[in-house]
Write a protein that binds this ligand. Structure first.
Ligand code: GA4
Length: 322
């Protein structure tokens, strides 16, 4: 039998990649991607700029907040009372959109930080398109671009606005988990950096430095730690992909624990569909007579509902057919 780590590791250039990806997404909703072709230099450039920002005095960082929709946030996650041992930057993936807060973030060296973000996002997006095309191929979805066209769409959800509240969501975040020295005194106790949740989107691509902390929840509800690997990507299936495959691929519950000595830095790209897109099971995946497990909804409806939820909520529950 394959162990967790062998099954969730996929070499993008392996001829069997599409089948391994599908297997991993069915079993875990998660896998590690190696040999992905994104130069290490893109990681280190962005990491350097991100740390330069996170190492600023608190009062300077606060000028780049609150994170609504883009900007700096500290400890508070979302707006419904969730907290974690984390500080973060939410950034839009569309280089054309800038706000006064992004100016604040990039103020010290605007060209360098912006171009590090842009070069990273461009490379990761390209790789994410390839990954969802392999998913489509592995699942024999027709047309082949049924998933990738949603991420490629100019109107794909890199910026999201809810008219009345002005809330905007984006496709990219940098998370910094500072070490928590008091943790040692709490011997053996866990401190939550980012509480357990599933990602609402189609797919998320995470890359972190060499500090551990990420854990995923298996089907049997046990939590396993994911050994860090700063050279690889970790891919998550999101809620939208679970629905589009009528539950065949599972959106993975994950969380991050803080460390007592090392700081963790992660960068995550979230690939979501256009706001008006109907999120329904892909017809070519449905067996004859098979019915959708979910009510019909648009991505805008799902996100609106997600943003009213608590982090650990089972958000798809509201959309399941009873
Ligand atoms: C989880 C995935 C992404 O990080 C995110 C998060 C968002 C936020 O941090 O503002 C949410 C969370 C995430 C889901 C439920 C709501 C919204 C915090 C929260 C409590 C940017 C996203 O798209 O959804």
């Amino acid at each position: 039998m394959l162990g967790v780590s062998t099954l969730y590791m996929v070499n993008l250039r392996d001829p069997e990649a599409k089948n391994l990806i599908v297997k991993a997404c069915e079993e875990y909703g998660f896998f590690k991607l190696v040999n992905h072709g994104v130069p290490m230099e893109f990681f280190t450039n962005l990491e350097t700029e991100a740390l330069r920002f996170f190492n600023l005095p608190q009062s300077d960082k606060d000028k780049a907040g609150p994170p609504d929709p883009f900007g700096y946030g500290c400890k508070m996650i979302g707006s419904n009372g969730d907290m974690g041992w984390v500080e973060y930057l939410l950034l839009n993936t569309n280089p054309q959109i800038t706000s006064h807060k992004t100016h604040t973030v990039f103020r010290e060296n605007p060209e360098i930080f912006r171009s590090a973000v842009n070069e990273y996002i461009q490379a990761v997006k390209r790789m994410a398109f390839e990954v969802v095309e392999l998913v489509a191929d592995g699942l024999e979805i027709e047309p082949k671009d049924a998933l990738s066209r949603l991420l490629r769409d100019d109107k794909s959800d890199s910026c999201f606005r809810l008219g009345s509240t002005g809330t905007c969501n984006l496709g990219f975040r940098l998370n910094h988990y500072p070490p928590c020295p008091e943790l040692q005194a709490l011997s053996g106790r866990n401190l939550i950096g980012f509480g357990e949740h599933t990602d609402p989107q189609i797919i998320s691509v995470l890359r972190s430095n060499n500090t551990s902390g990420l854990q995923i929840c298996l089907k049997d509800k046990t939590w396993v730690s994911v050994p860090p690997d700063q050279t690889s990507f970790f891919i998550n299936v999101g809620d939208a992909l679970q629905v589009m495959t009528n539950g065949r691929l599972r959106s993975v519950r994950h969380r991050v624990l803080a460390d007592s000595v090392s700081s963790r830095l992660s960068m995550i790209y979230f690939g979501g569909p256009p706001l008006g897109e109907k999120i329904v099971p892909l017809p070519s995946l449905m067996a004859e007579g098979e019915e959708s497990l979910y009510k019909e909804f648009t991505w805008l409806e799902y996100k609106t509902s997600a943003y009213k939820s608590r982090l650990s909520d089972y958000r798809l529950g509201l959309f399941e057919k009873k």
